[in-house]
Design a protein around this ligand. Structure first.
Ligand code: PRP
Length: 212
């Protein structure tokens, strides 16, 4: 993270550029889409866990005792349903004991505003690092609602991870939640009149779950 834009991390990596191309391609089918998503989401998760606190521990190698490290904060992953589920496995790859909360939200096709339909968040998120995950940050309505809700439940350290973001959504999150770091694989051009990200990749949920 560089200091000037430390609250926005845009991943710059050849593998991500290649995989984003696969994800954006309208001809990419469900199986190949999922494979590319698995790779990109792993890189996103790796970056979302950057700079987390460690606690020292002692480890005995076959040669001698030395200092080791354990992840200090409890990690809570909160996917915004449904599409956010596609980014959960990447976090648990690195933090197998992460707890997972679920926030069900869809964007009303007429009003373009998020609507809650399911909430199940673990207790004790006050001292956890909460990673909110959703492939798309479009208007930012869903992300801001999710973050506000988690703060109302006591969350104090939140990072938002997404595959593709629009400048409008980044701006809204940064204005309403300036403490939240955004980690994204791409910052796209804009939103269209239907509030879809341009060029984007279409509806991430439909493409992950094969519902088109
Ligand atoms: C999409 C996406 C985000 C939201 C982004 O979900 O996964 O949750 O829209 O839009 P916003 O930034 O303007 O709020 P969608 O409503 O398509 O639901 P789904 O996850 O069930 O596909």
């Amino acid at each position: 993270m560089n200091s000037e834009h430390e609250k926005l991390v845009v991943i710059d990596h050849p593998v991500v550029a290649r995989d984003l191309t696969i994800l954006r391609n309208k001809e990419t089918g469900t199986a190949v889409f999922r494979q590319a998503l698995a790779r990109v989401s792993t890189i996103l998760a790796y970056n979302a866990l950057q700079n987390i606190r460690l606690r020292e521990t002692e480890v005995e190698t076959p040669i001698e005792k030395t200092t080791g490290f354990e992840i200090d904060p409890e990690i809570v992953v909160v996917p915004i349903l449904r599409a956010g589920l596609g980014l959960v496995d990447a976090i648990t790859t690195f933090v197998p004991d992460a707890r997972i909360g679920h926030l069900g939200m869809y964007r009303d096709e007429v009003t373009k505003k998020p609507v809650d339909y399911y909430v199940n968040i673990p207790h004790g998120i006050e001292n956890a690092l909460v990673l909110v995950v959703d492939p798309m940050l479009a208007t930012g309505g869903s992300a801001c609602d999710a973050i506000s809700f988690l703060k109302s439940k006591g969350a104090r350290e939140i990072r938002f991870t997404c595959l593709i973001s629009a400048p409008e959504g980044v701006k809204k999150v940064q204005q309403e939640h300036p403490d939240v770091v955004i980690i994204t694989a791409a910052l796209d051009q804009k939103l269209n009149d239907d509030k879809f990200i341009v060029p984007g990749l279409g509806d991430a949920g439909d493409r992950i779950f094969g519902t088109t």
